[in-house]
Ligand binder design. Structure first.
Ligand SMILES: *Cc1c(COP(=O)(O)O)cnc(C)c1O
Length: 393
């Protein structure tokens, strides 16, 4: 593939492997394994397999390899390993790197399942985890120790949309020799510059913007070729969290349009945040790309645009939030994000229900807070839907 191709060209063509039929659309190699021409060929492949040689779909597959090439090109990472879900990616990235006795520093505001791994699973295997407020650089500096091996955070916190300074935290981590691992879902691979900002490992739930059409679960771990092939691949191929070839095909098709979709969604999200500024029923409209966001300057510097999610806080608490949700006509009540369809979530009673009131308070998840994932519908239709539902409150 050509090094000087720009992003949209790469998203359509990068990584394509054509079979002897020269198909236009990427083929789905829906096979668990591959036939060897001889016993000697099988032996040789198990010693070292070439770029077009595969062994077993848990280890790698041509359709999955196409997806890995294409997403690595988008992120600007050397290599990628595709996983069965976003959580298989988080689990694989962390467990493949850590061992008993290691120390991890993590931001406290995390996706529920990420929090479960860091709070429940890692300590069970002798890994010590210190949690900090990710937006407070002094807390990172105080928590990092000479024996800290890894730092983990979500670049934009779900659902409150606080932004972590990737450059600054990476520099602090590098100062003690710790690797930086980020869950980058809310930044999206379109707006991410995590690799150039000093991050060692970038993780996506492909279920979100990469599929972008709500069809399949998937994930990906991105990093240096050495890390992906020597640390992640052996762990993933032996523990079973690899992506299926069919899912890889869905995700490849998603990547073709991700730049168009996510840029349109972000433009719509900004227009929505702007249109809702003076609504009396709303106590707060939070959008990282809007000038009212307290970290707007950091967002501009870090990712240029504010992503596809807007947080709305109803002044009237849970009751008002539920009345608003039930009055929506286009926007769906569900809990995915990054989808072509606009989706709205009440975190306190769904995604963050497991937490105590005190934990939700610390994270800023109030009873009136809603997370709106803006889709690709017509912007004015979405604004009309939001305004008529606010009127019903
Ligand atoms: C959805 C999500 C995940 C988990 O991804 P799955 O594909 O559902 O396993 C992890 N982190 C963040 C920030 C997410 O939004």
């Amino acid at each position: 593939m050509s090094q000087d191709w720009n992003t949209r060209t790469r998203l359509v063509h990068e990584g394509t492997r054509r079979s002897q039929y020269n198909e236009v659309c990427e083929a789905i190699f829906l096979t668990q394994g591959f036939v060897y021409e001889s016993a000697e060929a099988a032996e040789a492949r198990f010693i070292e397999s070439g770029p077009d040689e595969f062994i077993y779909a848990r280890y790698g597959n041509p359709t999955v390899a196409m997806f890995e090439r294409r997403i690595a090109a988008l992120e600007g990472a050397e290599d990628a390993f595709a996983t069965a879900s976003g959580m298989a990616a988080v689990n694989g990235a962390l467990l493949s790197m850590l061992k008993a006795g290691d120390h991890v520093v993590a931001a406290r505001a995390l996706f529920g399942s990420c929090l479960y791994i860091l709070e429940e699973i890692l300590p069970r295997y002798g890994v010590e985890v210190t949690f900090v407020d990710g937006t407070d650089l002094d807390q990172w500096a105080a928590a990092l120790r000479p024996d800290t091996t890894l730092v983990f955070f979500e670049t934009i916190a779900n659902p409150t949309l606080e932004v972590i300074d990737v450059n600054a935290v990476s520099a602090l981590a590098r100062g003690v020799g710790a690797k930086v691992v980020v869950d980058n879902v809310f930044a999206t691979p379109v707006f991410s510059r995590a690799v150039e900002q000093g991050v060692d490992v970038v993780i996506y739930s492909a279920t979100k913007h990469i599929d972008g059409q709500g069809r399949a679960l998937g994930g990906v771990i991105l990093g240096s070729r050495d890390y992906i092939r020597k640390t992640v691949e052996p762990f993933m191929k032996h523990t079973g969290g690899s992506m299926s070839p069919f899912t890889a095909w869905v995700m490849l098709k998603g990547l073709e349009t991700i730049d168009l979709r996510v840029r349109a969604q972000a433009a719509s999200a900004l227009a929505i945040a702007e249109a809702l500024q003076d609504e009396a029923a709303l106590a707060r409209v939070v959008y990282p790309g809007h000038e009212s966001h307290p970290q707007h300057a950091l967002v501009k510097r870090q990712m240029g645009q504010g992503g596809t999610v807007v947080a709305l806080e109803l002044a009237g608490g849970k009751e008002a939030a539920f009345r608003f949700l039930n009055a929506l006509e286009i926007i769906l009540i569900s809990n995915n994000l990054g989808d072509a369809k606009s989706i709205i979530t009440h975190p306190a009673t769904t995604t963050h229900q497991r937490l105590t009131d005190a934990q939700r308070d610390v994270l800023g998840i109030s009873p009136g807070l809603l997370r709106l994932s803006v889709g690709i519908e017509d912007t004015s239709d979405l604004i009309k839907d939001l305004k008529q539902a606010l009127a019903a409150v």
